[in-house]
Design a protein around this ligand. Sequence first.
Ligand SMILES: [Fe+2]
Length: 234
Amino acid sequence: MFQRIANEIWVCRRPFKTLGVDISGQMTIVRLKDGRLWLHSPVELDDEICAELDLLGPVAYAIAPNSFHHLFLGTVFERYPKAVLYGTRNLFEKRRDLPSLQFLDDLGPFPWGEDIRQVRMRGNSIMDEVVFYHKLSRTLILTDLFFNIHHHDHWPLKLFGKLMGSSGQLSSSRLFRLMIRDKKKFQQSVTTVLRWEIDQILVTHNENLLEGDVKGQLIEAFNSIGFARHRRGG
Ligand SMILES: [Fe+2]
């Protein structure tokens, strides 16, 4: 069920409906240098998924990377009570059922810092997404910062893509743009992300893996919402 993306990084894709449309969702799994597992945006864990996880190593951390992707943290807690759960600021109100939740930003240090870097996309306190970079595979891990909606022969997805401003390419919605209240802070976060050497990008919904000129695609995506002053190839 897991798809290996590169050395020490896998994804697990599951159906996921929003606004009545199956846009699929995925959990990213990184095996850290110490052999333990780091789960990003967990899907609902069942026996089959847990069996695959257990083959890879012990689950140590589970990350809710923004205000929305926290739904299945509870199943990690149930299955792996020793795992440490992390969530962004808004979740401390929403998820009082998870008293051991740890605060996630980018001011660290975090115990996975040797393997994974992170930047909090400041200036948008509603979504409050933290993006991650797996150093070994040079993979950028995004959640809802950008969508990459394909399969436009399927009309509900086509409609969803239009709504999210993504028609077959990495991009974001008008709504997301409106949520960026502090453009200067957001730009600082963008600049940090664009310093990373990126070979591939994982996004959480629909077409999940971007390869090829991913830096160019990323710059175009930031430009499309009015950020990133870089030019392709520049
Ligand atoms: Fe999402």
